[in-house]
Design a protein around this ligand. Structure first.
Ligand code: AP5
Length: 195
């Protein structure tokens, strides 16, 4: 389905909550690019760029890159021509600083977010999914490390969860029950976003 009105979605949720899985489905459904911050950084790591070298150290520790670095990477990507009809941001913003930077970037262009989709999933299920990805030869990622899973979840609670309140105040937050099958979660997102 091609969209006439640009859709600009943000997917927020803990590591392993299914943002990447759902982002790819939304990309297909609406024909707009799925921009996953982690994927962009892993591509830089694979290319061996200076950004990739910096990112690898931080990602291996399960920590977050500095706001200024990731913000400039994402803004540059959003300025590419395929983003004119909309986009799905996955894994950005991840801090209040990043959320404010995105707000300024949108305001400069007279644009708005359509919605911020918050994935809600109990910690036990999060860890189960992350372990499942780790043990699958299809989905396993280079930065998947059980030793840092809990740290990434803790950083998510401390640094990222506060952006829920930020977007709630702007009436953009849509909370999604992220339990159940991939199809069930996908249907909930489509119904909640109601484009
Ligand atoms: P990033 O790649 O963004 O990782 P993440 O947010 O921690 O999330 P994940 O990709 O681990 O999980 P997901 O929610 O996409 O779940 P998935 O669909 O894979 O970031 C990696 C690192 O980059 C960060 O730690 C940080 O260092 C750095 N970084 C990135 N963005 C940054 C930023 N903005 N600022 C600073 N640093 C940044 O699903 C997980 C598994 O579950 C899969 O195996 C999947 O098949 C399975 N699954 C999905 N849905 C279901 C379902 N409904 N039922 C059963 N299984 C399911």
């Amino acid at each position: 389905m091609k969209q006439e009105v640009p859709i600009r979605l943000v997917l927020v949720g803990s590591p392993g909550s299914g943002k990447g899985t759902q982002g790819k489905l939304i990309e297909k459904k609406y024909g707009i690019p799925h921009l996953a911050a982690g994927d962009i950084l892993r591509q830089e790591v694979a290319r061996g760029s200076e950004l990739g070298r910096q990112a690898k150290v931080v990602m291996d520790r399960g920590e977050l890159l500095a706001d200024a670095i990731i913000t400039s990477v994402i803004e540059a990507r959003l300025e590419e021509s395929d983003c004119r009809r909309g986009w799905i941001l996955d894994g950005f913003p991840r801090t209040i600083g990043q959320a404010k930077a995105l707000e300024r970037w949108l305001a400069q262009r007279g644009e708005n977010l359509t919605a911020v989709v918050a994935f809600e999933l109990p910690d036990a299920e999060i860890l189960k999914r992350l372990m499942g990805r780790l043990t699958s030869s299809v989905t396993k990622r280079v930065d998947d490390d059980p030793a840092v899973h809990q740290k990434r979840i803790d950083i998510y609670r401390r640094e990222t969860a506060p952006i829920f309140g930020f977007y709630e105040g702007k009436k953009l937050l849509v909370k999604i029950d992220a339990t159940g099958t991939v199809d069930e979660v996908s249907r909930r997102i489509v119904a909640a976003v109601k484009t």
